[in-house]
Write a protein that binds this ligand. Structure first.
Ligand code: CA
Length: 256
């Protein structure tokens, strides 16, 4: 049966002269493997996160819909309601915009894209290094800190307001998740330069680099959001070199 424990109760045992400030973020772990959930929870607790746990899909859905978490870590395979269903229902029924990291046991690109398509912002394959999970979480949480930097970036008819995090192309608003948004911001700041895959990965994930499919999946999602519905592409792949965000029509006009 579903049971629920909260690491926030640990506060009561803290030493009064060294108060522990849980300012890293508030995380919900939805994982039926109790041992794995605990090792993730302990790791995050040590890094200043407040942690809640749910061990089945229904409890996870209820908690994620009712509480304001900074990030939800959601296992794909869960008893009762599976992770994909929880994710979809959070996005559609509950209109939740809380970043979700999906834990998946599968390593195929299709499986990862399915997670992102279902409304997850990022995914991580089991077994994973806790440091990698930590790096992914801080990427998702940093999104809110970016809101203080004001300015509008523009490439062609694509704009990104770094204050409100609104993205538009040809005047139309575009929804983009936190990870593709960080990639987009970096490509826009570097435009019209070509940026290597390694530089993008370092910019987004820091020292804890993800597997090679991760950037590819997020670029696929980004390309689909900013280019596919429009007449011409802005995001260009240079095989073996990297990526470039540029309005080629403007570049060609300059040359001729
Ligand atoms: Ca599971």
């Amino acid at each position: 049966m579903a049971h629920l424990v909260s690491a926030r109760t640990n506060k009561a045992t803290m030493s009064p002269d060294r108060p522990k400030i849980r300012n890293a973020g508030f995380v919900l772990i939805v994982e039926d493997n109790v041992e794995l959930a605990q090792s993730v929870g302990i790791y995050l607790d040590q890094r200043g996160y407040a942690v809640d746990y749910a061990h089945d899909g229904m409890t996870g859905l209820r908690l994620a819909a009712d509480q304001k978490y900074d990030v939800v870590i959601l296992d794909k395979g869960l008893p009762g309601l599976d992770g994909m269903t929880v994710c979809r229902r959070l996005r559609t029924e509950h209109r939740s915009t809380t970043p979700i990291v999906m834990l998946t046991g599968h390593t195929s690109l299709e499986d990862k894209l399915q997670a992102l398509d279902g409304g997850a912002d990022d995914y991580i394959c089991k077994p994973f290094d806790l440091r990698e999970l930590g790096a992914r979480l801080s990427v998702l949480i940093r999104r809110d800190q970016g809101k203080t930097v004001q300015g509008i970036l523009a490439v062609g008819d694509l704009t990104f307001d770094t204050g409100t995090l609104e993205v538009t192309r040809a005047g139309q608003p575009i929804e983009i998740g936190p990870v593709p948004l960080r990639i987009l911001e970096f490509l826009m700041r570097e435009s019209p330069k070509v940026v290597s895959r390694e530089r993008i990965e370092r910019q987004v994930w820091g020292e804890s680099l993800p597997d090679s499919d991760t950037l590819r999946s997020h670029l696929y999602i980004l390309r689909r959001a900013i280019d596919k519905p429009f007449a011409y592409p802005l995001l260009h792949t240079l095989p073996y070199v990297g990526y470039r965000l540029v309005d080629m029509r403007a570049v060609e006009a300059e040359v001729t």
